[in-house]
Design a protein around this ligand. Structure first.
Ligand SMILES: Cc1cc2nc3c(=O)[nH]c(=O)nc-3n(C[C@H](O)[C@H](O)[C@H](O)COP(=O)(O)O)c2cc1C
Length: 188
């Protein structure tokens, strides 16, 4: 069982990163192998022009770093999207990754691997109730992938270090990671 965090913030050690680490700690304690990818370390361009037929999409930008992350995404049993709210949405780093997925997710070779995963979301943001800008589109995206939606954690935290001082949020992130592993193990 492998759990992967896709970290969408450019701020290493920031709020979503700290929560993501707790998610992975919970997943590890529940028996998973864990890893994290900082999307900002990779050069992943926005999705290029694709045709209207989803199954026939070609990723015209496959020469960048997307496939490095995609291979690890495909190999994972659990994927946690960790991204702050940036301007009422996810970060561009995360959006590029998710858009690029759409060039692969309908291919026969990947269909089962994409739908057979558990997905979770972690987000942090400065203004109360802004979490929905990240949780709603990612939940809808997971439903579209046909994956198992485990749940989301939304935490109000603005300055670097705020999430670290929030024991309830840290505990919730840990529980979400452990819950993801238990749920996927039970489903198999
Ligand atoms: C460019 C930018 C845009 C932001 N937009 C929002 C926003 O729309 N709503 C909000 O509540 N917080 C917003 N924030 C605050 C971040 O969500 C907040 O600082 C968060 O803790 C950052 O997470 P991180 O430490 O994981 O990078 C924004 C921050 C930046 C840098």
């Amino acid at each position: 069982m492998k759990a992967l965090v896709l970290a969408g913030s450019p701020r290493k050690g920031g709020n979503t990163d700290v929560l993501a680490d707790e998610f992975l700690r919970g997943a590890k304690d529940a028996g998973a192998k864990v890893e994290k990818i900082y999307l900002d370390d990779l050069r992943i361009r926005p999705l290029g022009l694709v045709g209207d037929s989803p199954a026939r999409r070609v990723d015209v930008r496959a020469g960048d770093d997307f496939l490095k992350a995609f291979r690890r995404f495909i190999a994972a049993d659990i994927v946690c999207f960790a991204t702050p709210v940036y301007v009422q949405g996810m970060t561009a780093q995360m959006k590029c990754f998710i858009d690029r997925l759409s060039a692969y997710k309908w291919r026969k070779a990947y269909r089962k691997k994409v739908s057979d995963k558990g997905y979770a979301v972690i987000t942090a943001f400065g203004a109360p109730s802004e979490g929905r800008w990240v949780t709603a589109p990612i939940k809808a995206g997971v439903e579209n992938l046909g994956g198992v939606y485990i749940g989301a954690l939304s935490v109000v935290a603005y300055k670097k270090g705020e999430a670290k001082k929030n024991p309830r949020a840290l505990a919730a992130a840990y529980s979400l990671g452990a819950k993801a592993v238990r749920r996927i193990r039970n489903e198999r």
